[in-house]
Design a protein. Structure first.
Length: 336
């Protein structure tokens, strides 16, 4: 081979080697650069993941805490529901017992409501004044009967009326009707008074005094009753005790009529004992004030109402009426 040819080949080989070396060098440089940036990216990702895990753990702890609280609340509610169911079962048993007593008593089996003349009550002796008020045409009834279902020999009558929302919303027209009918069976009395179950007077100017009985005043009482709605705690206790303490007198024959649908007080026994203490017996052995009760079945006719307060009212008034010379009647419907 000539010298010129060998020189050409040597130049080609050197150039080719330079290109190859540069290519390998570039690849190595890229690899080095990528390895330098990779730890920083991994560190950032690791930091982000650590923060996310911590946040998720915190949320998990919060959820677990809320779950524990909800589980405790649920357990408490279940226990309360069980207690309430037991109470309802006991009250239903009491109600059945009371209904059985009513059915078993021949006198009370005839009781339905005032209008039909079946409210049973003990008779009072007519005073000379009441004989005069009733007129010469009045004929004395036998000792085992009633006049229009109610004894008409009282000289004074007091109404204690539950003015709570349940009564106003569901039974008020019947309340007005029953008061009108009670007034109708008393041709004439010496005085009338109207209070709500809290002891608030219908007419403030007659507080502590008797309202004189006239046809005009009776109309005014009924008109006022239609829209009368003072505050009530759905318990007749305050009205009964205030009426007895204010108006009871040995020289007056007084009948007290309690209109209501429920008793929300703490203890019926305490009420009975209090009334027994303040409504003393006279020389003839009769109480100073005769107590009658009329129960409106609101608690038993509306879905969602607590029937136990209605049962407690019936139980309380039945005992009060029995111990104080009167009678309690539970109306069978609020649609009369």
């Amino acid at each position: 081979m000539s010298r010129r040819t060998r020189r050409s080949l040597d130049g080609f080989n050197l150039s080719f080697l330079d290109v190859i070396c540069c290519g390998f060098g570039a690849i190595i440089l890229l690899l080095v650069l990528s390895k330098i940036g990779e730890p920083r990216a991994l560190e950032e990702i690791r930091s982000e993941l650590t923060g996310l895990v911590a946040k998720l753990q915190e949320e998990l702890f919060e959820i677990r805490g809320e779950t524990n609280v909800l589980e405790r609340d649920l357990k408490t509610k279940v226990e309360q529901l069980s207690t309430e169911r037991e109470a309802v079962a006991r009250l239903r048993g009491d109600l059945s017992k009371i209904q059985g007593e009513f059915a078993a008593t021949s006198e009370l089996s005839e009781v339905n409501d005032i209008v039909e003349g079946r409210l049973l009550a003990a008779q009072q002796e007519l005073t000379e004044e009441m004989k005069r008020l009733l007129g010469q045409s009045h004929r004395r009834q036998s000792t085992d009967s009633v006049v229009g279902g109610i004894p008409v020999d009282s000289e004074y009558i007091i109404f204690i009326i539950d003015t709570s929302g349940s009564m106003h919303n569901y039974a008020w027209n019947l309340v007005v009707k029953k008061m009108d009918e009670v007034l109708d069976i008393y041709p004439k009395v010496k005085g009338i008074q109207v209070m709500n179950d809290m002891g608030q007077y219908m007419f403030g100017n007659y507080s502590g005094k008797w309202i004189p009985d006239t046809p005009g005043r009776r109309r005014i009482i009924l008109d006022r009753l239609r829209s009368w709605a003072p505050f009530s705690n759905s318990s007749p206790v305050e009205g009964i005790t205030r009426a007895i303490r204010t108006f009871a007198a040995p020289d007056k024959k007084i009948s007290l009529y309690v209109f209501g649908d429920e008793f929300t007080g703490d203890s019926a026994d305490r009420v009975v004992n209090t009334v027994d203490r303040i409504n003393k017996k006279g020389r003839d052995g009769n109480r100073l004030v005769r107590i009658h009760g009329i129960g409106f079945p609101v608690m038993f006719s509306r879905i969602g109402f607590q029937e136990n307060t209605g049962v407690r009212f019936a139980t309380l008034m039945r005992v009060l009426c029995r111990e104080n010379g009167g009678a309690f009647v539970g109306l069978s419907s609020i649609r009369r």
